[in-house]
Design a protein around this ligand. Structure first.
Ligand code: NAP
Length: 408
């Protein structure tokens, strides 16, 4: 095929059309960097184009349809038939990553998906390639721009969750159906992918517990503001001891000085920790047509230029059943003697120790705001269950995790 490399594009929506424009504008530069000039063979949409014809004419297939069907079939066929495949489809990787890697191995092509996680931030490349030979301890961060925008606006302007969501939808930062984003499922799929890459362990989506931000109340943020804390929806994938890992998504308070604390609006940021490097923080725009298209183009340049990243899942690490975290606990209580003592007793029974406690308001407005020292999540949940049954509670208890480390 001479000095040209033939690229077939599946999908011409937000990312597909931005990618087509970008690869045509940048064709000379790609040729300079990668040694061959890309030429688009065809673009498939739900109405136009023929997959078989595009496949037959292409060296590289770029899948930007999204979802599982028919993306799974097209990607599998392309890989089995020896094409390189680049995709931005996190659902496809999170659900069928292993099967697709096997298809790539069978066909001998490369399979890349940088754009599936954290938009324009090259986190997959860093975890898989730059740090490929270093044992990673932890990968964590803000991997969903929609929720970060909503939490930023709730904290900045005192908006309710519903008001901030509406504003995000009006500005195009949230979809009409935001369930996947605000409920944490989108971040969970991304963390499953990152965990598999970082630890070489198969992590199924069903093994990633996740919580979203729908339950967050303005007074949680008001309290955080008083203490200088920021609230973020975090995805965390970490080693626990020698034999386990934990992969989770949850809202979490961060102390000032934490590298993720200043990440505001629809931005993403990911931190990687390993003994050899201490920590690396990468931040940037989370999504959007052009940002995603540029990550896809980076992958296309890599496959044209050579290399063969395939993720190996040969590790014996298991998913941990319990982890330690610090917690913030917000209780609306009746203002009468003995209340604090009873709560302290339950916490003590479960070996949960209190770092700070503040009483706010009085009478019908009395609130107890407590921050715990790190504790087994199971023990904290057991305490919370008992506290939730106390008769003097005026509403169900609210808890949010806290990252204790203070960075300077
Ligand atoms: N948008 C972002 O900011 C962003 C960010 C990160 C990752 N991603 C990922 O990028 C991928 C594409 O997202 P997008 O926002 O560009 O989606 P989109 O705007 O909905 O575009 C999807 C494209 O796929 C085509 N398509 C749908 N069903 C098809 C079928 N059965 N056969 C052939 N073509 C079909 C559509 O055709 P028609 O044109 O005929 O409708 C459309 O051109 C997804 O995996 C998404 O998760 C997107």
């Amino acid at each position: 095929m001479g000095d040209e490399v033939y690229v077939g594009i599946l999908g011409k929506g937000t990312v597909g059309s931005a990618f087509r424009k970008l690869i045509e504008e940048r064709a000379d530069m790609v040729a300079e960097v990668a040694g061959r000039r890309p030429k688009v063979t065809g673009v498939l949409s739900s109405k136009d184009g023929d997959f078989d014809e595009i496949l037959a004419a292409s060296d590289v297939i770029v899948e930007l349809i999204g979802g599982i069907d028919p993306a799974r079939e097209y990607v599998t066929r392309a890989l089995r038939e020896g094409r390189h495949v680049v995709t931005a489809n996190k659902q496809l990787i999170a659900h069928h990553g292993q099967e697709l890697v096997a298809a790539a191995r069978e066909g001998g092509g490369q399979f890349r998906f940088e754009a599936a996680v954290a938009g324009a931030i090259p986190v997959i490349r860093v975890v898989q390639e730059s740090l490929g030979a270093i044992p990673i301890e932890k990968v964590f961060g803000i991997v969903n721009g929609t929720t970060n925008y909503i939490l930023t606006e709730m904290a900045r302007a005192g908006l309710s969750y519903e008001e901030a969501l509406k504003q995000a939808q009006n500005l195009g930062y949230a979809e009409a159906d935001p369930t996947e984003d605000v409920g944490g499922a989108d971040a969970a799929a991304k963390m499953a992918i990152l965990a598999r890459l970082a630890f070489g362990a198969p992590v199924g989506l069903e093994e990633v517990p996740y919580e979203g931000i729908e339950q967050i109340k303005p007074d949680d943020l008001a309290y955080a503001k008083e203490l200088g804390l920021s609230l973020k929806l975090l995805g965390v994938a970490e080693r626990i001891g020698d034999e386990e890992i934990s992969v989770r998504v949850f809202p979490c308070f961060l102390y000032p000085g934490h590298p993720l604390a200043p990440i505001e609006g629809p931005f993403n940021a990911v931190m990687v920790e390993a003994p050899a490097i201490t920590e690396i923080t990468m931040s940037g725009p989370g999504a959007g047509g052009i940002e995603t298209a540029s990550a896809v183009l980076g992958d296309v340049v890599s496959v044209i230029g050579g290399g063969s990243p395939l993720f190996e899942e040969n590790s014996k690490l298991r998913i941990a059943k319990d982890v330690e975290m610090a917690f913030y606990l917000h209780l609306e209580v009746e203002d009468k003697p003995g209340v604090l003592a009873k709560i302290a007793e339950i916490l003590g029974d479960n070996e949960v120790s209190v770092r700070s406690v503040v009483q706010r308001g009085s009478g019908d407005d009395a609130q107890l705001i407590m921050v715990m020292h790190p504790v087994s999540e199971r023990r904290f949940d057991a305490a919370l269950k008992r506290i939730g049954k106390l008769r003097f509670l005026r509403s169900p208890p609210r808890s949010i995790r806290v990252i204790e480390e203070e960075f300077n």
